[in-house]
Design a protein around this ligand. Structure first.
Ligand code: PAF
Length: 282
């Protein structure tokens, strides 16, 4: 049955709606997004629908997580299409605040991070996690969900948000859902639409390289060797590699040997002007 979500633009209306649900004893899940919804987002919403009585999907292209050189201006904004996609699923509310609602004049507070926010993405995008953590903290405090669902595709972001919610005593469970992929393995992302046809053909090599590297490590190759092979394969395939690393899956601390903790492989690489990120467990 088609249920069109109510579109809410203000924090006041969102709080009133959630309070009404709470009064009826209902639980609430939130799926924070920047819109341009694809099947990966819809899977997060389906997961959220299974976890609570009511689901709020936020759609906000957050300016503070983009550097001036990045794609804030051209990031796809497709609210009507997004609402249409959510209508088939059963989400209750789309929270779509404008920039003034989220960052009114005089706004000057920022979450400062350490731990899993250091290194990896932060090397190329030092502004990024501060912007993400601040907006996610605001969204969680505005909505007050029992659970918020994020994709493992942005694995470092997931750990940053989990750590931030724990450290700031935000009483929402942060749930990470496995990455949804295209048939050829490419992790779904709103930015995949930037890829030229030629680069789109090459893009799945990133996932295949992660898989092969995990196999090498599991079969006993040295991690340092396996990572070097991976970087070189990506370069030969036409990627410009930002990083291809092994990390402890729990806190992203460096891990250099099998058996010393759960290993996650994380990678970021450019194809032309498009930056792809992906990760898998070993
Ligand atoms: O992953 C995203 O889409 C964004 O970083 C998030 C979590 C919605 C914050 O703007």
């Amino acid at each position: 049955m088609t249920k069109t979500p109510t579109i809410i633009h203000t924090v006041r209306e969102l709080r009133d709606q959630v309070a009404a649900w709470r009064k009826d004893g209902q639980t609430v899940a939130m799926v924070p997004t920047m819109g341009a919804l694809h099947s990966g987002h819809l899977a997060l919403v389906e997961e959220a629908l299974g976890k609570a009585d009511r689901v709020v999907v936020s759609i906000f292209v957050n300016p503070t997580q983009f550097a001036p050189t990045e794609d804030f201006a051209r990031y796809p904004r497709t609210l009507n299409d997004d609402v249409a996609k959510l209508s088939g699923l059963g989400a209750d509310v789309v929270f779509a605040p404008d920039i003034q609602e989220m960052y009114p004049a005089g706004f000057c507070t920022k979450v400062t991070l350490g731990g899993p926010a250091e290194d990896l993405e932060s090397v190329a995008r030092p502004h990024f996690f501060g912007g993400v953590a601040t907006v996610v903290a605001k969204l969680l405090l505005q909505c007050g969900p029992d659970v918020a669902v994020f994709g493992e595709k942005d694995y470092q972001q997931l750990l940053v948000v989990k750590t931030m919610a724990r450290d700031l005593d935000i009483p929402s469970e942060i749930y990470g859902m496995p990455t949804i992929r295209e048939a050829d393995g490419l992790a779904m992302s709103s930015r995949n639409t930037y890829l030229s046809a030629e680069h789109r053909d090459v893009a799945p090599v990133l996932y295949r390289t992660l898989i092969d590297t995990a196999i090498h490590i599991r079969e006993g190759s040295s991690i340092a060797w396996a990572l070097r092979e991976a970087r070189s394969r990506l370069s030969v395939s036409g990627f410009k590699v930002d990083y291809f690393e092994s990390r402890n899956a729990d806190d992203l601390s460096p891990i250099n040997s099998l058996g010393s903790g759960p290993i996650r492989l994380l990678a970021a690489a450019w194809l032309g002007k498009t930056r792809l990120i992906d990760n898998i467990p070993v």
